[in-house]
Design a protein around this ligand. Structure first.
Ligand code: SIN
Length: 303
């Protein structure tokens, strides 16, 4: 069996398969189905400084091979996360990633300050949520602002910092480079693509928020292209996500240059997807005589 371990910013993952923030809660529902310690890592639902109720419903709509969501960062706030949610993962033997978001730079900084002594392995900073009126994706679309917020948060973070990027930009490589310049230890991409769906009978948008973030299999080629462009630009590890539904997608992401992958929307249609991806990766590596998963990272041969 090939070695599936990967290292990201000094953190050892037993395999490169991480569940994506917002699609896995804190793992408890999935833990009824399988041993979640088999995962390489878990990125927890996004945490903000104060509790948030999220956006009004409807906030999920199906699209061809995907979904639109406009959840709006519903969460119990960082204190709720520390007191109630994080302890649920206490005995889970996997990399725990706290995902954080905010309306202002100061919110991010203060949230990360409160996580300094928490039992988490990494922080994933979400500057890519398209569903909030203040903050969110607005921090992630201009290189200067990406660099600035990364610098500010990195200065207080005790754990390695992953910056989660939005695809809703013109030049993803430039945004990735800005995160690296700000001191990010790694980047993850892509978050959702802003989209919309209209009920032709009521002539109203299906989502109460009017627009939402699109994810699922339909976005995979866009995610893959952006991961490839980002890895060609930066020297820090890249975590690839966006529409991965099967192990073959994960192999493509690794070949494109991702060191690890995240599984998101696929958890909703098949809760066992992360395990199937781990097993499929293993078989692929064996079939191709590869000793380690790291040996295929970035091995695509562009024409
Ligand atoms: C949400 O809570 O609106 C989704 C999070 C995100 O897209 O970053």
């Amino acid at each position: 069996m090939a070695d599936l371990h990967v290292n990201i910013a000094g953190v050892d993952f037993k395999n490169p398969v991480i569940t994506a923030s917002g699609t896995f809660g804190f793992g408890q529902e999935y833990a009824r189905l399988y041993d979640i310690s088999r995962l390489g890592g878990i990125s927890c639902k996004g945490t903000t400084l104060e509790p948030r109720m999220g956006n009004p419903a409807p906030r999920i709509a199906e699209t061809p091979s995907g979904i639109l969501n406009s959840v709006g960062l519903q969460n119990p706030g960082v204190e709720g996360f520390l007191q109630h949610d994080l302890p649920l993962l206490e005995n889970t033997d996997t990399v725990i990633i706290a995902n954080i978001a905010g309306s202002q730079v100061e919110d991010y900084v203060e949230t990360v300050r409160r996580l300094q002594d928490a039992p988490i392995d990494m922080i994933e900073m979400n500057i890519s949520c398209p569903n909030v009126k203040e903050g969110g994706v607005s921090f992630g679309t201009l290189p200067k602002s990406v660099e600035n917020i990364t610098k500010r948060v990195k200065a207080v973070a005790k754990q390695p910092l992953i910056v989660k990027l939005t695809p809703n930009v013109t030049d993803i490589a430039e945004i990735a480079a800005a995160a690296e310049a700000g001191g990010a230890d790694a980047i993850s991409l892509i978050n959702t693509l802003t989209g919309m769906k209209i009920d032709i009978h009521t002539r109203r948008p299906i989502l109460k928020n009017n627009t939402g973030g699109m994810s699922g299999a339909a976005v995979f080629p866009v995610a893959l292209r952006m991961v490839w462009q980002a890895t060609n630009r930066v020297h820090i590890p890249v975590i690839g996500l966006g529409g991965i539904t099967k192990w073959q997608d994960a192999v493509e992401m690794l070949l494109a240059g991702a060191t690890a992958v995240q599984i998101g929307t696929a958890n909703f249609t098949d809760a066992y997807t992360p395990l199937k991806v781990i097993d499929g990766l293993n078989s692929y590596l064996d079939a191709h005589g590869e000793k380690s998963v790291t040996d295929i990272v970035g091995k695509v041969q562009p024409w």
